[in-house]
Design a protein around this ligand. Structure first.
Ligand SMILES: *[C@@H]1O[C@H](CO)[C@@H](O)[C@H](O)[C@H]1NC(C)=O
Ligand SMILES: *[C@@H]1O[C@H](CO)[C@@H](O)[C@H](O)[C@H]1NC(C)=O
Ligand SMILES: *[C@@H]1O[C@H](CO)[C@@H](O)[C@H](O)[C@H]1NC(C)=O
Length: 412
């Protein structure tokens, strides 16, 4: 009897969701991790010998090989996503998108199969206008056909840009395209650039609750550039918009601060720690964009630090709250495991965006870390348990310039 009731409940839930065309595709329960071509390769269509930034089949397969062989897959890296500039300039006679014949000679289905054979997932890109941002064919008047094409190719993730259309079209097209993706029956993570265009191109306030109903993740802010300043601006943006963004952030629907710039040679070790820590503490998507061979051994050790990745992929998916302490930001994120019903674990990141070192001290109970038997502290970067504390103890740290200290506190 109980089971039957439960089954009816579930059916009711499924039908009532279906009626309003909500996304609820069951995907991205934790923020997606992987690689995406744009950040480094951009519109890399020049593939003559020796060209550094060439977006082609060989590049995409090399990422799959690296994920599979170099330990990234075990650390959680999964999606391999081709961004803009992958297609021919014209659709075929039947109106279908066609992969660039020179750079992707075996087509996209071949790439999807290669990626899937290694237990990884495949992502692609389109735009809600008639053209993409780089003026390749876009999906506005071909939504149903393109959704079907992506599904037939075996796409698992679709990034959808919002160049060149009005606010009204953005607000309608993202919902409509999501409906066609769902109609294919193939599960595809739906990544929208919707709020970015609403806010920065049309100067309007995005309706985040609405966006979170239709998209698995969405870009809020400018594209990351390969520089520390760009990273620091992104960090400041999410710090100052926390109260607006945190309520809509969680399993199945994520704010997206854009890609990590690891493997591009521009970040120092400590700056790498800052970018990755803030993204991890936010429960943000972790998408690399580089030649996998250029990732340094130190960067690789961070990306494959399983204590760090466990915070990033925590099932609660709570965005860390920023607090101002002395000249630093203290990011606090509750996560699993929980002791009883009451006391979650916490990760605490003390981040310094200035060039001068900063001395910081605070008490745990100021921030409601009040587990009755105290906590044991893991220093995430050294991998060492350093100390046991009570909720009344003072934590004191000195954070060097452009650096971060990251502790995970498990309730005792
Ligand atoms: C997109 O293309 C269709 C078909 O050619 C056309 O009717 C429509 O006006 C175009 N829309 C925009 C926003 O350019
Ligand atoms: C600990 O903090 C939480 C969150 O503020 C609060 O709900 C709880 O009552 C506190 N517990 C104790 C024992 O102070
Ligand atoms: C913290 O407490 C636990 C449980 O009492 C103990 O096993 C552990 O050794 C302590 N750790 C440190 C760093 O003192």
């Amino acid at each position: 009897m109980y089971d039957i009731r439960r089954a009816f409940c579930l059916l009711f839930l499924i039908f009532s969701l279906d009626k309003v065309d909500l996304l609820e595709n069951g995907l991205a329960r934790t923020p997606p991790m992987g690689w995406m071509s744009w950040g480094y390769y951009m519109c890399g269509v020049k593939c003559e010998d020796g060209e550094d930034k060439c977006l082609n089949e060989q590049l995409v397969l090399s990422v799959a090989d690296s994920f599979y062989k170099d330990g990234y897959q075990e650390a959680g890296f999964e999606y391999i996503i081709i961004d803009d500039c992958w297609s021919e300039k014209h659709r075929d006679r039947n109106g279908r998108l066609v992969a660039d014949r020179k750079r992707f000679p075996r087509g996209m289905k071949f790439i999807a199969d290669y990626i899937h054979a290694r237990g990884l997932k495949f992502g692609m890109y389109t735009n809600v206008a008639n053209i993409t941002c780089m003026r390749y064919p876009g999906s506005l008047s071909h939504m149903e056909l393109d959704a079907k094409t992506f599904a037939e190719w075996g796409v698992d993730y679709l990034k959808v840009d919002g160049c060149f259309v009005s606010e009204n079209i953005l607000n309608e097209a993202y919902i409509k395209l999501g409906k066609y993706l769902k109609k294919t029956g193939r599960p595809m993570v739906y990544s929208c650039s919707w709020p970015y265009y609403i806010q920065y191109i049309h100067q309007q306030q995005p309706d985040y609750e609405e966006i979170a109903r239709y998209c698995n993740l969405w870009r809020n802010y400018h594209d990351v550039q390969t520089s520390w300043d760009a990273v620091a601006n992104i960090v400041r943006h999410y710090r100052s918009h926390y109260y607006e963004l945190a309520p809509v952030h969680g399993p199945g629907h994520w704010n997206d601060p854009d890609m990590l710039i690891f493997g591009t040679g521009v970040l120092t070790h400590s700056q790498c720690r800052v970018q990755l820590t803030v993204f991890v503490m936010m429960s943000a998507p972790l998408l690399l964009s580089c030649d996998m061979k250029k990732i340094t051994p130190y960067e690789k050790s961070l990306l494959q630090n399983l204590d760090l990745m466990a915070i990033a992929q925590d099932p609660l998916g709570i965005m860390a709250e920023p607090h101002h302490v002395t000249d630093c930001t203290l990011w606090i994120k509750p996560h699993l495991p929980r002791k009883g019903d009451q006391f979650p674990s916490y990760s605490l990141a003390v981040m310094n965006l200035d060039s001068d070192a900063s001395h910081v001290s605070f008490r745990l109970n100021t921030y409601n870390l009040n587990a009755t038997d105290g906590y044991t502290i893991l220093d995430v970067f050294s991998g060492k348990f350093i100390r046991n504390v009570t909720y009344d103890d003072k934590i004191e740290v000195t954070v060097p310039g452009f650096d971060v200290i990251l502790y995970t506190l498990y309730p005792l």
